[in-house]
Design a protein around this ligand. Structure first.
Ligand code: MTE
Ligand code: HPA
Ligand code: MOS
Length: 764
């Protein structure tokens, strides 16, 4: 049986040999044009004059596309149609595309794009969340969830603390930048190869931009070189611009952003600020909490409503909040439109509650782990979230118990305190933080999927489903499901590119639900074919259907054994259909938007991590020395792939919270648009000692595909333990009882500021 085996990624060898085909590797016809965007250099203003004469006359240039060349709608926004492909009179962020130029080579296009002479009338720009809050600059109405009587209970709470939390955004830094290749077809058709998590949405947006319909546009994606949410909505801009020029010139067009362009033009993780007011008792148990969340959405809506919706429902993390009010403001700023990023607003909300817990622990001089435990959701009591969903699958106590033991958290905490007392310059810290993350798209309608399975007469299987491969191992997991369902070896199943003309109306591969949704849909398709074969065999050989079995490429029919291949060949001759679609929709979920209550999540994923760090109090540099992780993936479809997701997600989170800093200057130009100024983790940042384990004998209590659990996003939030280990180390460097002012990312500068609060702010 393929399911449950620790198999390498299906493309592992192709990845390392360089044979794996990414969009840019697809052989393009000789007539292909290469395009580049010309972008705004100011954050907010009106375009008074756009002089493109130098661009048009540059060597190799074939055409320029502006809004006038868009036959349909000048928009790539999926939810609200407020994202122009090319800005018209109004420019709303530095980096916003104004036009695209197509030339005979990639270099010629890039060079020409920089030659535009633009005259602007600059307007005042709102550049950060606090300024947007002060100006009440919101993109959409604020949302609020309240339970109980938080304000009344706060007023009488035994202890009370107010504070603020600040955290930065994050660039996706996928290794493969945004790219699309548009190929005009006969009769007004368009074939687009797009590096996208959401081929169906690209199809719709390209169709609208071209003024045609979905059936005229096909979108394909074999794989992405990473996406992390950055290609959920924003890939549509690149695809739409390429398609517009392809339509204009009747030639194939490739649009590939280089790293700087990608970082300047496309959206990132939302940075957040939060203000909280918490009441608690002697044990550190929260009795009431109010939280104001505000995020930088950028200039347009994009997915910000959903991102902030997920933030709104993740302020609890693993903790029961009885009297609580959470308000979420979605700030409009004159910066790039922020978008999905692994965790989708959840991580930001969880950073807030973890800091609240940490401040309670410091106020009471308790071990933060004891305060965390005092607040964990109960089992059978204190188990309903503030949005009304009962936590039925709570295993956080078990995970925390086990991890506390295997990591020797308590002993090490003591040892570290002793070590710190004798170490004047280097200070260490340790922290254990939990993760509870809701699984399902917060927008209920996206929780559906389709698949197409073809069995060919030679016994081989071609699998197609609506999910996309971005390195997370979705395709091999779904192939394992199909191989198991048909009782064939995995080598008999070939995975093909995601293609809107094979499986229509799909959702983005996002919300970690790729294998939950597409695994079920593909299983349904394969099952339909197997049941047809069972019927055929039981009739032909006069055996009961229960006596037909498929396993290991062998079909057992009563006492008879045949190869799968023989059975399929015979079934074909007997005119049995060997192809089927499959469909799945997630049960049990609903959301009442008016009341802000429901059961938005099918189930929760859990995990916990213990990080140990050292900080250098002279430079502020930090090092992650050791991490212990215990993460729940249910009954894993593929433990090797899942372990990779846990490790990769964790380290990506460490990057977000410790080293990846986005910096805008006073004019709203983003200055960190290359690896020279934006520091993602490297292999050398992986800790010397890492004990990463999947929870054993785990099983999803909900009926998911083979009782597995989603794994893509939740491990990112394990990295909050690293931020808190740094907080502990800072505490050791400060006089006992000091407050800790440590925003994220905890870069060396930030750490230095936190441990020298009275020093002049040289880096301000
Ligand atoms: N892993 C790799 N290697 N590359 C990626 O781009 N994206 C993450 C996660 N893991 C990503 C990844 C994000 S944001 C999500 S939502 C999930 O994978 C999507 O895939 P899944 O639903 O199949 O887990
Ligand atoms: N996660 C990721 N992408 C989404 C979601 C979500 O919850 N909702 C809509 N798009
Ligand atoms: Mo992942 S942020 O849901 O693409």
């Amino acid at each position: 049986m393929s399911v449950g085996r620790a198999l390498p990624h299906d493309s592992a060898e192709l990845h390392v040999s360089g044979e794996a085909l990414y969009c840019d590797d697809i052989p393009a016809p000789a007539s292909t044009l290469h395009a580049a965007f010309g972008i705004s250099t100011i954050a907010h203003g009106r375009v008074r004059d756009l002089d493109l004469s130098l661009v048009a006359n540059a060597p190799g240039v074939v055409t320029i596309a502006t809004p006038a060349d868009i036959p349909g709608e000048n928009n790539y926004g999926s939810v609200v149609h407020d994202d122009p492909i090319f800005a018209e009179a109004l420019v709303q962020y530095a980096g916003q595309p104004l036009f695209a130029v197509a030339a005979t080579t990639y270099r010629a296009a890039r060079k020409a794009a920089s030659l535009a002479r633009v005259q602007y009338e600059e307007l005042p720009a709102i550049l950060d969340v606090r300024s947007a809050l002060a100006a009440e600059s919101y993109l959409m109405p604020s949302e609020r969830i309240v339970r109980g009587k938080p304000h009344e209970v706060l007023a009488t709470a035994p202890h009370r603390r107010r504070g603020s939390v600040t955290m930065g955004g994050q660039d996706h830094f996928y290794l493969e930048g945004q790219v699309a290749l548009a190929l005009p077809q006969e009769g007004g058709g368009m074939l687009v190869h797009s590096s996208t998590q959401h081929p169906t949405e690209v199809q719709g947006i390209v169709a609208h931009a071209l003024g045609t319909s979905a059936h005229a546009v096909s979108v394909q994606c074999r794989r992405m070189g990473g996406a992390f949410g950055g290609k959920e909505s924003q890939a549509a801009l690149i695809a739409a611009a390429a398609a517009v020029i392809a339509r204009k010139t009747a030639r194939p067009v490739k649009l590939r952003l280089d790293r700087d362009a990608d970082m300047l033009i496309t959206g990132k993780r939302h940075d957040f600020v939060a203000d909280f007011d918490v009441g608690f008792d002697e044990r550190g148990r929260i009795v009431a909490l109010t939280v104001m969340l505000a995020s930088r959405c950028g200039y347009s809506a994009d997915l910000s409503a959903a991102v902030n919706g997920r933030a709104l429902t993740h302020v609890d993390n693993a903790y029961f909040l009885e009297h609580v009010e959470v308000i979420s403001h979605r700030c409009k700023t004159h910066t790039v439109s922020n978008t999905a990023f692994r965790g989708f607003g959840g991580p930001q909300a969880m950073v807030v509650i973890e800091q609240v817990i940490d401040e309670i622990a410091r106020a009471l001089s308790l071990d933060p782990l004891d305060v965390r435990r005092a607040n964990f959701y109960g089992v059978g009591e204190r188990d309903t979230t503030y949005y009304g969903q009962k936590v039925e699958d709570n295993i956080i106590h078990d995970i925390a118990d086990r991890l506390e033991g295997t990591s020797r958290y308590r002993q090490r905490r003591k040892e570290i305190a002793e070590w710190n007392a004798a170490s004047p310059v280097i200070k260490r810290g340790i922290a254990l933080t939990p993760v509870k993350f809701g699984i399902s798209f917060t927008a209920t309608q996206f929780n559906q999927a389709g698949a197409l399975v073809n069995v060919y007469a030679d016994g081989t299987v071609l699998l197609n489903h609506g999910g996309t491969e971005m390195g997370q191992g979705l395709h091999i997991k779904v192939a394992q499901v199909v191989a198991t369902e048909l009782g064939v070896p995995l080598s008999a199943v070939r995975i093909s590119a995601t293609d809107t003309s094979k499986v229509p109306n799909t959702s983005a591969t996002a919300a970690s639900s790729g294998s939950d949704l597409n695994g079920m849909a593909a299983q349904a398709a394969a099952r339909t074919i197997r049941l047809r074969l069972v019927d055929y065999l039981s009739e032909t050989y006069h055996v009961a259907p229960g006596e037909v079995e498929f396993a290991d490429g062998v079909v057992t029919v009563g006492a008879r054994h045949m190869s799968f291949r023989e059975v399929v060949a015979a079934a074909y001759l007997s005119r049995i259909s060997l192809s089927s679609t499959g469909y799945y929709r997630t049960p049990k979920i609903f959301w009442d938007k008016a009341a802000m209550t429901g059961r938005p999540f099918f189930y929760f994923a859990y995990g916990a991590a213990v990080s140990e760090v050292a900080i250098d109090t002279l430079t502020g540099e930090t090092q992650l020395l050791r991490v212990d992780i215990l993460h729940d993936v249910g009954s894993s479809l593929n433990p090797a792939v899942d372990l990779g997701q846990v490790e990769g997600g964790f380290l990506q989170g460490v990057g977000w919270l410790t080293s990846e800093e986005l910096y805008w200057n006073a004019r709203g130009q983003m200055c960190t648009h290359a690896p020279s100024t934006y520091k993602i983790p490297a292999a050398s940042d992986w800790p010397e000692l890492a004990n990463v384990a999947l929870l054993e004998r785990a099983r999803n209590r909900e009926d998911t595909i083979y009782r597995s659990k989603a794994v893509g996003e939740p491990p990112l939030m394990l990295a909050i333990s690293t931020l808190h280990a740094i907080r502990e180390a800072c505490a050791a460097a400060l006089p006992a009882g000091s407050a800790i002012d440590l925003p994220a990312p905890a870069t060396p500068e930030t750490v230095l500021r936190a441990i020298t609060p009275l020093a002049p702010r040289v880096f301000a």
